[in-house]
Design a protein around this ligand. Structure first.
Ligand code: SF4
Length: 520
């Protein structure tokens, strides 16, 4: 086992897998509870912060952006916005809620122009008010600039203070506005130089799209934490091509756009009536650090990110997990939806039949009315229901993509067992999450991450599984690089900080990185 793999195994237990043994006692009663965690946030998952989209050169740019955001809805459900430009004016409309709730035909008609940028958001910095919804538009000495940002800056304190000292008045508490204010305060001569200069001064994760009255810009931070791809729609009857940018390529499919390439880490792309130009803004080469959790969980399996199909990585995670920690069983069951592709890989590799032993209700809103008398695991049971006739009397392997606090996993294990499963073995398609993310993913602090505070054996006991195993770090990076060409992604191309505690940038919250107290 490499040093890296040792590092991800939490607590005093140096194994990634653990058999709880048959003497463990499992609570199965379903009565009303006192002291049980409440179900107001029933799904214990890390949350992606944002999806961005841009369209240049289409008469219905806002509508195309809307469709793109629709496909990116999984990247943020808190607020959404679109800014459109027609060469002289920029109009933006933002709202709280889902893309389809905010943008009706009537609303889209108020966004004229051949260029648009859009954003769907789950906040990671700043509060969650409409004020911080994006795109953010700022009128500056360089003209009006609208920006939409996916990621998280990590040297906020310095930049904000310096800008305020220079007279900047911030409209929002979002870190994204810092980029616009830096552009506005840059002393460079041309707008594109101001943008490049500003991007070179911020640290952290940013995949951004920007718009002025007549140009679109797209850029990725030098580490390339978050994905950002460029596509093209061929013009008809001699019309010029339309250029599109999106966090994930699944947004291109609805527009019939063809994937062209990724925006490279440290690259600034500009699209104007003169065509597409590109330049590097990063002053020096920094090691790549693309977020591996995009492949584990965030991105859709039908997307190609960092030049690689998510489905390919995720299925291999399941296969590798089966090779690393196989167990005798009758049925492989995914925790839907995110566990499905890895579970298919696990079943294919192990030869154990796959079936949907848990059904997800896709129509449960973000909030729902609880029963007056609080009952155990109500929130999870609203979203997931076991298929009793598949599970009864079976030794079940449950495949999921992560355990964050452990509370949801425990509820699911209980549910499967209560439906008649003889054994429940939990398999996780990534290593234990031991450190928070500072690059745009909403992670609980270290004290709330179960793997930062308990050994695998203790987690197994906590979630009441018969056995528990995680994919090794080496197995994960193998899964996300298998079959790559020589110039493609390598294990060193990825950020794996939430599994190792080794961060690719210096500016992080030291308090949160300090080792947690075991049992805290
Ligand atoms: S810390 Fe984890 S979630 Fe955050 S960018 Fe790195 S791999 Fe992704």
């Amino acid at each position: 086992m490499s040093e890296m793999v040792k590092a991800v195994v939490a607590g005093g237990d140096n194994r990634r897998s653990f058999d709880c043994g048959r003497d463990a006692t499992f609570a199965q009663d379903d009565s009303s509870v006192e002291g049980e965690e409440q179900d107001s946030t029933p799904f214990d998952k890390l949350r992606e912060e944002c999806g961005v989209m841009a369209v240049y050169g289409h008469p219905e740019a806002a509508r195309m952006t809307y469709w793109g955001l629709y496909a990116l809805q999984h990247r943020g459900q808190e607020s959404a916005g679109i800014a459109a430009a027609d060469g002289s004016d920029v109009t933006d409309i933002k709202g709280m809620g889902l893309v389809s709730e905010i943008f009706t035909d009537e609303v889209l008609a108020k966004l004229p122009g051949h260029m648009a940028i859009g954003h769907t958001r789950y906040s990671t910095t700043g509060d969650s008010a409409l004020l911080n919804a994006q795109p953010i538009s700022v009128e500056s000495t360089k003209g009006l600039i609208a920006i939409a940002h996916n990621g998280n800056l990590v040297n906020l304190g310095n930049s904000r203070t310096r800008l305020e000292r220079d007279g900047a008045v911030f409209q929002t508490t979002s870190d994204t506005e810092i980029i616009v204010q830096l552009i506005a305060h840059s002393r460079c001569n041309t707008l594109v130089d101001c943008i490049a200069d500003s991007l070179a001064h911020v640290d952290g994760a940013f995949s951004i799209v920007m718009m002025t009255r007549n140009r679109i810009f797209a850029a990725r931070d030098p580490h390339g934490f978050r994905p950002l791809s460029m596509g093209r729609i061929a013009g008809v009857n001699g019309a010029p091509d339309t250029f599109v940018f999106a966090s994930e390529t699944c947004a291109f499919d609805l527009l019939h756009a063809k994937y062209e390439r990724d925006v490279e880490p440290g690259e600034l792309v500009m699209v104007s009536e003169d065509g597409v130009t590109s330049r590097r803004f990063a002053r020096e080469h920094v090691p790549p650090a693309s977020c591996i959790f995009e492949h584990v969980y965030f991105a859709r399996p039908d997307s190609r990110i960092f030049g690689r199909w998510v489905q390919q990585s995720r299925e291999e995670m399941g296969r590798q997990l089966a090779r690393e920690s196989g167990v005798a069983a009758d049925l492989v069951v995914p925790v839907p939806d995110s566990g499905v592709t890895a579970a298919l890989g696990y079943a294919a590799e192990s030869g154990i039949p796959f079936n949907f032993g848990l059904i997800r209700n896709h129509y449960v809103g973000r909030t729902f009315i609880q029963p007056e008398q609080r009952t155990r695991d109500f929130g999870v049971r609203m979203k997931l229901n076991p298929v009793r006739n598949l599970l009864e009397g079976k030794r079940v392997i449950l495949v999921d993509d992560s355990i964050i606090r452990g509370t949801t996993s425990r509820k699911i294990v209980r549910m499967v067992r209560a439906a008649g499963a003889k054994e429940v073995h939990m398999r996780i398609s990534c290593p234990p999450t031991i450190s928070p993310c500072f690059y745009g993913v909403d992670t609980p602090s270290k004290k709330d991450l179960i793997a930062a505070n308990k050994s695998v054996a203790e987690i197994c006991k906590f979630i009441e599984a018969d056995s528990l195993a995680y994919l090794s770090l080496v197995g994960l990076t193998h899964s996300c690089t298998q079959g790559e060409p020589a110039h493609g992604m390598s294990p060193a191309s990825y950020c794996t900080a939430c599994y190792t505690g080794v961060y690719p940038t210096a500016w992080v919250d030291v308090e949160d990185i300090l080792p947690a107290t075991v049992g805290a």
